[in-house]
Design a binder for this molecule. Structure first.
Ligand code: GLY
Length: 559
C-alpha cells in the first residue's frame, strides 16, 4: 500500500499554536523525529533494507549534523530496542564523570553551587557516550555496515544543507553564548554574522570526525586525533576529561524496566535514568482508578495524576542514582505492592502538601534533548533519547573536531537539596563521584501487548520528560486517542518540589483548575504550549501512525 500522508492540525489548533503536528501512516516502516531531514535519512535506510537499529543509528548520527542543540557526538543518551522476536534491550550510553571529578567540584568558597561553572564550562562535561553506544548497538543488532549508516550524515556535513527558519533562529538566539568560544562562533556563524534561513550550512570539521568514526569505529573518536582534540581543549580550559577517560568509556546494556498496565507491557529505561522506574511506578499507582472512566481532563483524573507525580518525584530525589555506585531499590519501586502502599494516603478530595511528602519507605529495605522513534517492517522498534543536557550543551565546540560538548555534570546533585537547572533536587544517591553516571529523566519507552508492538515514545524536557511520556501513554491506552491526538493534547507537570502544577494552555480547564486549587493544589499556572517533544509511533491494526510533536518543527518519514 502506498503511504498516505496527511498533515493535521490535530487538537493543536484548539490550543492556539501555529505549528502543525505532522503525522504519517504506513505499513512498512516509520521514523518520527524533531528533524525532518534526520527522519528522512532513517526512512531511507529502512527502504534500503536496513532494520530499525540500522535506521536508528543512521538517524542519530544525522541528528548530530542537522539538529546540533541536542543531536550529538559529544553527549550521551539511552536506547530501548524491542525486536519482533520478543527480545527487549536497554542500552545506557550516558556520559560518565571524569576520573578527576569530585563531589564538591561545583561549590564556591561559601559552599554554594556555582551555577555558571556547573553549566557553562568544560568542567561541566561528562565523558561522552553517544558514539560508543550507537556503534555497539549497530554491531549487536544491526545488519548494515558503519560506512552505510554514517554515509548520509557525512554527506550532509560535508556538502551542507539549507538552514530552515528553526535552525537559523536557534543559532541567532544562542549567538552570545557561542561568542566566547572561537570554534563555536566559527561553526554557528558566517564569519561572526548570523546565518539566515536558506543559507547552506557546511560542517567540514564534523564531516572529518564522522569519517574517522566510519573508518575506525569507536577508536576514531575515543582514541587518536579526535580524542586528542577533546583533551587539548580540556587542558587549555580547566576541563577534566583525559585520554584515559575517553579510552575507558563503555556503554552498558542493562535489564529493562518492565511493568504491566491494563494488560500492556511497558518497557523502559532503568537507572541511571529515573524515567522507566517513575513511569511504571506512576502507572501502578493509577491503574486501580481507571482513568478512562474518570474522563480525560476531569478534576478527578487530574488530581489523581498530579498526586502520583508528586510521590514518584519525591522518591526520585532520595533513591535514584547510578546503580553501579549506589544501591538503587528499582525492583521495589516498580512493584505493585509498593505502589499500593505509597499511594495509600491518597485523598480523593485534597492535595497533599509536598513538604509533608518524604520519600517512600518500605520494609527494611530538556530544545535540550531530543527523542526519536523508529519501527521497521518486521515490527522491530527502537526508542532513542539523546542529549547534551542543556540546549547546545556548554556551547563549546571542540576546535578542529566540529562538535559540541555536553554539560551533563549538572544532572548530578552538586549539593544536597539544591536545585539543578531543572529545579530537581537530589541527595547522596546522585552525588558526584569519579566514573559515576549522573541521574537522568530520559524515558525512551516501548509498549507491547501479547508480544506485538503497540507504541514507541519518549521526549526531551529535563524533569518534565517522565510526565510527558506518562501522559502520552495514558492518552493512548486509557483514553483511546489516536497517536496524533495523544501527542498534540496539552500537558501538565508536577515534580514534587517545587510544589506547583505547571500546565500548557488548555491542559486544565478554568473550572477544573478552580476545583484543584480548592483541593489544595498549588501554583496552578497554565500558559503556552511547550512541554516536551514526544515524537511517537503507534501501531494499530497493523498500520503505523507516526507523529512529530506539534510543539516544534520536525518530521515523520515512512513508507
Ligand atoms: N539532561 C537531562 C536528563 O538527562 O534528564
Amino acid at each position: 500500500m502506498n503511504p498516505v500522508k496527511y498533515l493535521s492540525l490535530g487538537v493543536a489548533l484548539l490550543f492556539a499554536v501555529c505549528v502543525q503536528a505532522e503525522t504519517r501512516s504506513g505499513l512498512n516502516g516509520m521514523v518520527a523525529s524533531r528533524s525532518a531531514l534526520a527522519a528522512q535519512i532513517g526512512s531511507k535506510i529502512l527502504q534500503q533494507g536496513g532494520n530499525a537499529v540500522d535506521s536508528a543509528v543512521a538517524t542519530a548520527f544525522a541528528l548530530a549534523v542537522v539538529y546540533p542543540s541536542a543531536g550529538n557526538l559529544g553527549g550521551g543518551g539511552f536506547m530501548m530496542i524491542a525486536m519482533a522476536d520478543g527480545r527487549v534491550m536497554a542500552q545506557d550510553n550516558r556520559e560518565k564523570a571524569p576520573a578527576a571529578a569530585s563531589r564538591d567540584m561545583f561549590l564556591d568558597a561559601k559552599g554554594n553551587v556555582d551555577r555558571n561553572l556547573a553549566v557553562n564550562s568544560l568542567q561541566a562535561s561528562g565523558v561522552p557516550g553517544t558514539v560508543a553506544g550507537l556503534l555497539d548497538a549497530l554491531t549487536r543488532y544491526g545488519t548494515m555496515t558503519r560506512q552505510q549508516v554514517l554515509a548520509p550524515a557525512i554527506e550532509l556535513a560535508s556538502k551542507g544543507f539549507p538552514l530552515n527558519d528553526d535552525l537559523a533562529g536557534q543559532f541567532a538566539e544562542n549567538l552570545e553564548g557561542f561568542r566566547a568560544h572561537p570554534a563555536s562562533l566559527a561553526k554557528f556563524t558566517h564569519d561572526g554574522m548570523p546565518y539566515k534561513a536558506g543559507d547552506v550550512w557546511v560542517q567540514r570539521d564534523l564531516a572529518d570526525t564522522l569519517q574517522r568514526i566510519a573508518d575506525q569505529g569507536r577508536d576514531g573518536f575515543y582514541k587518536g586525533k579526535v580524542a586528542e582534540q577533546i583533551v587539548k581543549e580540556m587542558q587549555g580550559n580547566n576541563g577534566l576529561i583525559t585520554l584515559k577517560d575517553l579510552e575507558q568509556y563503555q556503554p552498558v546494556w542493562r535489564e529493562p524496566v518492565h511493568g504491566t498496565y491494563h494488560g500492556y507491557d511497558i518497557w523502559s529505561m532503568p537507572p541511571p535514568s529515573s524515567g522507566g522506574v517513575l513511569l511504571v511506578q506512576m502507572l501502578n499507582m493509577l491503574e486501580p482508578y481507571n482513568l478512562g472512566k474518570l474522563g480525560y481532563g476531569s478534576t478527578a483524573a487530574m488530581h489523581l495524576m498530579i498526586e502520583a507525580q508528586r510521590r514518584a518525584y519525591a522518591d526520585r530525589a532520595e533513591y535514584l542514582g547510578d546503580p553501579d555506585f549506589v544501591k538503587v531499590p528499582a525492583a521495589t519501586m516498580v512493584s505493585r505492592e509498593y505502589a499500593k502502599q505509597r499511594f495509600s494516603d491518597f485523598d480523593p478530595d485534597h492535595a497533599t502538601d509536598s513538604t509533608k511528602v518524604g520519600a517512600g519507605k518500605w520494609p527494611e529495605e530538556s530544545l535540550q534533548t531530543t527523542h526519536f522513534s523508529v519501527v521497521d517492517k518486521n515490527g522491530n522498534a527502537v526508542a532513542i533519547t539523546t542529549t547534551l543536557n542543556r540546549s547546545y550543551g556548554n556551547r563549546i565546540v571542540v576546535p578542529g573536531a566540529g562538535f559540541l560538548m555536553n554539560n551533563e555534570m549538572d544532572d548530578f546533585s552538586s549539593k544536597p537539596n539544591t536545585p539543578n537547572s531543572y529545579g530537581l533536587i537530589g541527595r547522596d544517591a546522585n552525588d558526584i563521584q569519579p566514573g559515576k553516571r549522573m541521574l537522568s529523566s530520559m524515558t525512551p519507552t516501548i509498549i507491547t501487548r501479547d508480544g506485538k508492538l503497540v507504541m514507541v515514545t519518549g521526549s526531551p524536557g529535563g524533569s518534565t520528560i517522565i510526565n510527558t511520556v506518562l501522559e502520552v501513554v495514558v492518552n493512548v491506552l486509557d483514553y483511546g486517542m489516536s497517536a496524533d491526538k495523544a501527542v498534540s493534547s496539552p500537558r501538565f507537570h508536577h515534580q514534587w518540589m517545587p510544589d506547583n502544577v505547571r500546565y500548557e494552555t488548555g491542559a486544565i480547564s478554568a473550572e477544573v483548575a478552580a476545583e484543584l486549587a480548592k483541593m489544595g493544589h498549588k501554583g496552578l499556572s497554565g500558559s503556552g504550549f511547550g512541554i516536551g517533544d514526544a515524537n511517537t509511533i503507534v501501531r494499530k491494526d497493523g498500520v503505523l501512525e507516526g507523529v512529530s510533536d506539534p510543539r516544534n518543527v520536525g518530521g515523520v518519514a515512512g513508507y
